[in-house]
Design a binder for this molecule. Structure first.
Ligand SMILES: [Cu+2]
Length: 295
């Protein structure tokens, strides 16, 4: 045994009355360190780990799940690195002799089987809870927008009949009210497209013949870039759109103004490009909540 563990520090006697006072300052330092760490950790925010913080309430849920996964990965990674380092140092070659050979350590084997399974189960439960929140459909959404994807653009149709259409070099903008639930019904007129807004941490397939429903609750006013994420043909790379979130009052005003303009100038109403047949992609099939990759 290492004699330093049992021997008193150099220059002190072996009596316990002199050893105990030496340990107390160390405990105090550890205690103070823990308190300081607690204050520091609660005072600062966790890093984003490269993820968007999320501009919708649904996106925030995804963001927090991402943080949890990343931290779990870091803890496991650091622990494994420490084990590897320890094994490299502790069992490095010290002589030409073959070291004692062992096999089977039941307790270790049980631990390294059970612990990873527990980790996966915990991550699975948090994933299911987060997905249920993200795909939940509110019973009374404030507004609904019918989104159609086509080669190569987007059509946004509002409950009062207002339509916004844009393609390739003319990105359409979907206006939504901030802080309210917006129900999206997503369809495709032709082939498979992808509705993706990076800052919403969210993507869904627009599937021909299959309607996908989801809710968005944008937290702050702003304009968010969106794009098609499914290679859908020649000008897929130009299939962008914007989501502009404004106050509910501004949203109502915008809807009224657009409707009045459409009625005043019916001939200048936005048109789908020739070759895109409206109604070709919708059906009574529905995918409430939406599968992340269609089906
Ligand atoms: Cu597309």
């Amino acid at each position: 045994m290492d004699s330093s563990l049992t021997s008193p520090p150099h220059g002190t006697s072996a009596s316990t009355t002199e050893i105990v006072p030496v340990r107390r300052p160390r405990r105090r330092r550890v205690g103070a360190g823990l308190v300081a760490a607690a204050f520091l950790l609660t005072g600062c925010q966790l890093p984003t780990f490269g993820e968007y913080k999320g501009s919708t309430t649904q996106a925030r849920t995804e963001y927090h799940l991402w943080q949890g996964f990343f931290i779990a990965g870091l803890v496991v990674g650091v622990f494994v690195l420490m084990l590897i380092t320890w094994a490299i140092v502790r069992y490095r070659r010290k002589s030409e002799e073959i070291p004692p050979q062992h096999q089977y350590h039941t307790l270790t084997e049980i631990i390294y089987t059970v612990v990873p399974i527990l980790i996966v189960l915990v991550l699975f439960v948090f994933t299911v809870l987060a997905e249920n929140k993200v795909t939940a459909l509110e019973s009374n959404p404030a507004t609904s927008i019918h989104v159609y994807a086509f080669q190569w653009g987007w059509e946004f149709e509002y409950p009062n009949g207002v339509k916004v259409i844009g393609q390739t070099t003319n990105d359409p903008t979907m206006v939504v009210p901030t802080g309210e639930t917006v129900r999206i019904r997503l369809d495709s007129y032709d082939v498979l497209h992808g509705f993706y807004v990076p800052e919403f941490n969210f993507s869904r397939y627009a599937t021909p013949g299959y309607s996908t429903y989801f809710d968005l609750n944008v937290i702050h006013n702003g304009t968010y870039r969106g794009q098609c994420t499914q290679l859908c043909g020649l000008y897929h790379s130009l299939m962008f759109f914007n989501v502009k979130s404004v106050s509910p009052a501004d949203y109502a005003t915008w809807l009224r103004t657009e409707l009045a303009l459409a009625k005043a100038h019916p001939s200048s109403a936005p048109q789908l490009p020739s070759g895109v047949h409206a109604g070709g992609g919708t059906s009574s099939n529905s995918n409430a909540g939406g599968l992340p990759y269609g089906d």
